[in-house]
Design a protein around this ligand. Structure first.
Ligand code: SF4
Length: 668
């Protein structure tokens, strides 16, 4: 009997039109858990570095996390993994909502797509019956519209549908996969789905998932529910509203946007608008949101309500989540009304709410500076809002300048030339980042930005506060019930952290402390992404209900795998290292591991070098960021070092010089 997981994957070859139900190896679950962990193992085994993102040999894996479909609150993430057309590295994007539990109830842990369909199709997974169906009539349709049409066509209102819009069909490098109240947006995975000729995957499942020790498991779930209630009733004082309570984050519930609008950058991530948040703005934006928001909504099995249905006058209803509430507004230097209106079209097209607005603001900056001219924008309206709509349409259709912009700021700047590269200033590993420009280097964030392979800062921040609290008294209060820490030393790190003086950034936390903190953050994110847990109840949040002390119990009682903190830490390190190995094999090296040049005004090259040197060593990586033979051996990944040695990435000696492989390098 397999517990928590079904023990079966669906393997679909789109070129041949074949569908197989394949039993998986339970030993892989013990070693790599599930979700991201087992996805990484499959990508390592089956997608060599020579495979390009749009090759039929690239895989697109939809995986339910290990504990999805069990009663664990908020455990509903689908982890989608592939090789990204934008970064040329491994992409792993998560979506909440309802799809992953439904897949489990249909009897599968993963759907693995390979090959390419000659015609546009959609997949219909209805328990044991799986079909590849014609989707010609859905060509060009919006992602939300498609989901609705498929449900009607199948006469199955309960089917969960993950779909792409026009952007995915046209292989826009930052195309998303939309699904109900959620989306998997980062890394251009929607473009790979479009390239494979798959418009949507609809799932309906009515089977059971077995849990190893039900009574114990339910007890653990109840403890989590009780703690969520406590945390919602007792917000953490002195931190920004979205971090004071749980959620992912609760953008759609709150009205106070002072922190984001005054600290994040507007336009092409350049302009900080201090004093923007006045009473009038607050009133206007509150009214806009109250009128637009028809209701707050949750993901599967979660008492929180992080998303919302949005109905703008004259437009179909759509669902909005997280920070995309503000990204279009701020990129266009406009208001919330505009942001919520354009987001409807962007959701139907299926584009990433972080990258798309930034690409458009970048294009307009190039225009204002004469690098692009009127000839590039024939018929573009004169007003900023109109320009954004105009650009969005062209990007989704890959028309004219939109075809260049559809590749993201990094690739577009290269193609445009004439100094455009200086305007693509906010990417890491070729991928657009949050529009943040700060003053003093934050050493913890420096390391997360450099080495995080999710390549998305919002997905790597964690349970250690982002900034010191000004008063020691307040810090003392904070650490009193901070039981989530993996080690008591973190409390001391935080207690001594001051906003100014000797114990402040950039030299405090010290280099060694930074390594500990980043490692903790990373470990928790990787655990979430294997189990299918929402980061809003775990790794992203201060004092969350899930943490390193109760996760092993969930895995033991749920999946029947004998687990403790040390074993879980080791498993997370194993597949985290495997993700790095995939990227190293694709050519990623130390030179790629840097934050946007202008992210902080005050930089400290020597300290930054020391941070990276020390962190690499701490992780068991050599000076190029390549996992060493020793480290790989300790994790049971000797097959990786063997491959590295064959490819000349490592030699039999210790810290071997690296040799780049093909795919991670620049495209011609
Ligand atoms: S906390 Fe929010 S985003 Fe996370 S599962 Fe619950 S409703 Fe979804």
């Amino acid at each position: 009997m397999r517990y928590a997981e079904t023990g079966f994957n669906l393997e679909i070859d789109l070129s041949r039109g074949s569908i197989e139900r394949v039993e998986t190896d339970p030993r892989d679950t013990e070693l790599y858990l599930g979700g991201l962990g087992t996805n990484a193992k499959i990508l390592w085994d089956r997608v060599p570095p020579e495979v390009e993102p749009f090759s039929p040999d690239n895989l697109l894996i939809f995986s339910a996390g290990l504990l999805c479909g069990t009663p664990a609150t908020g455990c509903n993430r689908t982890i989608v993994s592939t090789i990204s057309p934008q970064t040329l590295l491994m992409a792993f994007s998560m979506m909440g909502g309802f799809w992953a539990p439904e897949l489990k109830y249909a009897g599968y842990d993963k759907v693995i797509l390979r090959g390419k369909s000659p015609d546009l199709v959609y997949l219909w997974i209805n328990n044991d019956k799986v079909e590849i169906r014609d989707a010609a009539h859905l060509q060009g349709k919006g992602a939300i519209e498609t989901a609705e049409l498929i449900r009607q066509e199948l006469n199955e209102p309960k089917a969960q549908v993950a779909a792409i819009g026009l952007a995915g069909e046209n292989r826009v490098y930052y195309a998303s996969i939309e699904q109900g109240r959620s989306s998997a947006s980062r890394g251009g995975i929607g473009a790979v789905m479009g390239d494979k000729g798959v418009k949507a995957i609809a799932v309906r499942g009515t089977k059971d998932i077995h849990v190893a020790r039900p009574a114990e498991y339910i007890e653990l779930c109840n403890e989590v529910l009780e703690y969520i209630k406590f945390r919602q009733e007792n917000p953490i004082p002195g931190v920004i509203p979205i971090l004071s309570v749980l959620g992912s984050p609760q953008e759609m519930a709150i009205h106070d946007e002072q922190w984001h609008t005054e600290n994040f950058m507007w336009g092409n991530a350049r302009t900080r608008r201090k004093g923007f948040w006045t009473e009038e703005v607050e009133e206007e934006w509150t009214e806009t949101l109250e009128n637009a928001r028809t209701r707050l909504i949750s993901c599967y099995n979660c008492p929180l309500k992080c998303g919302a249905t949005i109905s703008m006058p004259g437009l179909p209803t759509y669902m909005m989540k997280c920070f995309s509430k503000l990204t279009y507004t701020m990129a266009a230097m406009s208001n919330l009304d505009f942001g919520l209106t354009i987001a409807q079209r962007a959701t139907e097209y299926g584009v990433d709410g972080y990258s798309a607005p930034q690409v458009m603001a970048f294009a307009l900056e190039l225009y204002e500076n004469g690098i692009l001219t009127d000839d590039d924008f024939p018929g573009m309206p004169p007003d900023n809002e109109g320009r954004f709509f105009w650009l969005l349409d062209r990007i989704a259709r890959r028309e004219g300048i939109g075809d260049v912009l559809a590749n993201g700021t990094y690739w577009a700047a290269k193609e445009i030339g004439n100094g455009a590269e200086a305007y693509a200033h906010n990417t890491i590993k070729k991928h657009e980042q949050l529009p943040l420009k700060l003053s003093m280097l934050n050493p913890v964030y420096f390391l997360m930005y450099c080495t995080g392979e999710k390549i998305n800062i919002t997905q790597i921040q964690g349970q250690f506060p982002q900034a010191p609290f000004p008063e020691r008294e307040h810090r003392e209060e904070f650490v009193k019930d901070w039981f989530q820490v993996p080690d008591e030393k973190f409390k001391q790190y935080f207690l001594d952290w001051e906003p100014r003086g000797e114990f402040s950034n950039p030299y405090y936390p010290t280099v060694e402390m930074c390594c500990d903190i980043v490692d903790w953050h990373e470990r928790m994110h990787y655990i979430d992404d294997a189990l299918g847990m929402c980061t809003g109840l775990s790794s992203f949040h201060l004092k969350p209900p899930y943490h390193i002390h109760n996760f092993p119990k969930f895995i033991s009682a749920g999946a029947g795998i004998d687990m403790d903190e040390a074993k879980l830490t080791q498993a997370a390190k194993r597949y985290r290292t495997l993700v790095r190995a995939i990227n190293i094999r694709r050519g990623m090296r130390r030179k790629d591991e840097k934050p946007p040049e202008n992210h902080w005004k005050k930089r400290f090259p020597e300290l930054e070098k020391e941070l990276l040197d020390t962190y690499y060593k701490f992780k068991g990586w050599n000076n190029e960021g390549i996992p060493t033979k020793e480290c790989l051996h300790e994790l049971g990944l000797d097959y990786v070092s063997k491959d590295f040695i064959q490819r000349g990435i490592l030699t039999d000696g210790e810290d071997a010089p690296s040799k780049e492989t093909s795919a991670g390098k620049e495209r011609e």
